[in-house]
Design a protein around this ligand. Structure first.
Ligand SMILES: [Zn+2]
Length: 73
């Protein structure tokens, strides 16, 4: 049986469109210092798991994340 537990509000919760910085669980995503590093990670994910990810610059931490695996179509 799962107990629903609310996490305490994070003080540093950002404003604006920075959803790409966080995972669905509310944690910070893995950051990459360069686009090349992010693209390498995306390429690896494709090779290993067949998931199509893209790299993007984050406005919150000014580094790079990869994402785009949640397709709904
Ligand atoms: Zn970020």
């Amino acid at each position: 049986m799962k107990r629903r537990r609310r996490r305490p509000a994070i003080a540093t919760r950002p404003l604006g469109n920075v959803a790409g910085h966080f995972t669905r669980e509310g944690g910070a995503k893995k950051r990459y210092r360069t686009q090349v590093a992010a693209q390498s990670a995306a390429q690896l994910a494709w090779t290993l798991n067949g998931v199509d990810l893209s790299s993007y610059r984050c406005e919150h931490c000014h580094q790079w994340h990869i994402g785009g695996g949640s397709r709904e179509d």
